[in-house]
Design a protein around this ligand. Structure first.
Ligand SMILES: [Zn+2]
Length: 334
């Protein structure tokens, strides 16, 4: 099979997040053949998650001939075993998802971290204009995820759990406790959760301010309320987005200093408000990067596939791995 044949093949792609399962059928170039409506993700229990995934797979295989299955899952995922070690939002540990799905369906399956597959989709399905062979995708949503593409391949570290950019320690003065239990993590300063928390503190300090009024009191202030207030020109809310951009820029500068990146793709739910923080992220990156005058600065760009990057990338990755396996097999035979 040639690489162009691989692009004509089809795969099921699935994205298991903290709250929902998204998915559909794609070809090897990332073209969407069908997308399903989002399903709620079971919040605990391995069997419930596996059953929900197999239901979707059965539904899609009734309508399409597919060659492989790809799954992106939130949490720590061993590669290539596809074993989910720990997924704090889904409440399960030690789930050998790849083996379970392959045994049940008979189809070759790839299971990887959700941020990795999203980065893979952004690097391969939306290549126009940007050099994405050395790129990091930052997923700014409830938390802060990261996916690294280095020399055109996903970089996963020795066992698959690299690129946890949200848990880089960046601020020794911060008292914000992160979802991981540490303090001073980038995620605790630059995520939707961090934005909402900072908004509540600001509303407490200004009980008659716009944030408190839009939230119906400090406790009602969420990241979305901060965004509404910022769009109305509220200086407090705008300053919170500036702070978000500042910390993302700190993270982007550190990653680029280490990895000599060409592009930084920003995705996740908050990218819809990118105008409010991406310029601040850019200036913070320039301020914190090593040897600014003597290097090519990376471009910062918004993700193009939006919330679909995860499942599209999972499907594409499964076909990439199928092609790689078959190519290696041919090598052995000759
Ligand atoms: Zn953390």
């Amino acid at each position: 099979m040639t690489k162009s044949d691989a692009r004509l093949r089809r795969a099921i792609g699935l994205d298991v997040g903290g709250t929902k399962i998204a998915g559909g059928v794609v070809d090897g170039a990332g073209g969407v053949i069908e997308r399903i409506s989002d399903r709620p993700a079971p919040t605990f229990g391995k069997r419930a998650v596996v059953r929900a995934l197999l239901d979707v797979i059965a539904e899609l295989t009734r309508r399409h001939h597919v060659d492989a299955i790809g799954i992106g899952a939130a949490g720590l995922v061993d590669w290539p075993e596809g074993r989910i070690r720990w997924s704090p939002n889904n409440g399960y540990t030690d789930l050998p998802l790849r083996r379970v799905i392959e045994d049940s369906t008979g189809l070759p399956t790839a299971v990887d971290n959700d941020a990795n597959v999203a980065a893979w989709a952004e690097a391969n399905a939306a290549t126009e204009g940007l050099d994405r062979d050395y790129s990091v995708m930052l997923t700014v949503g409830t938390g802060l995820g990261g996916g690294f593409i280095l020399a055109g391949e996903i970089f996963r570290g020795s066992s698959g759990v690299a690129a946890e950019v949200g848990h880089m320690f960046v601020d020794s003065r911060s008292r914000e406790i992160c979802s991981c239990g540490n303090n001073g993590c980038l995620e605790s300063l630059a995520s939707g959760t961090a934005l909402g928390r900072a908004g509540r503190l600001a509303a407490e300090a200004e009980p008659h301010g716009l944030l408190a009024r839009l939230g119906g009191g400090p406790d009602g202030v969420s990241g979305l309320v901060v965004r509404q207030a910022a769009n109305l020109g509220d200086p407090t809310a705008l300053a919170l987005f500036e702070r978000l951009g500042y910390w993302l820029g700190v993270g982007a500068a550190t990653l680029t200093t280490l990895l000599d990146l060409r592009s930084i793709i920003v995705g996740g739910g908050l990218v819809a408000a990118g105008d409010l923080f991406l310029p601040h992220m850019r200036s913070s990156l320039e301020r914190h990067i090593f040897a600014r005058q003597h290097r090519i600065l990376p471009e910062i760009a918004s993700a193009r596939l939006g919330s679909e990057a995860g499942w599209i990338g999972a499907g594409m990755l499964s076909l990439h791995e199928l092609y790689r396996t078959e190519s290696n097999g041919a090598d052995v035979r000759t």
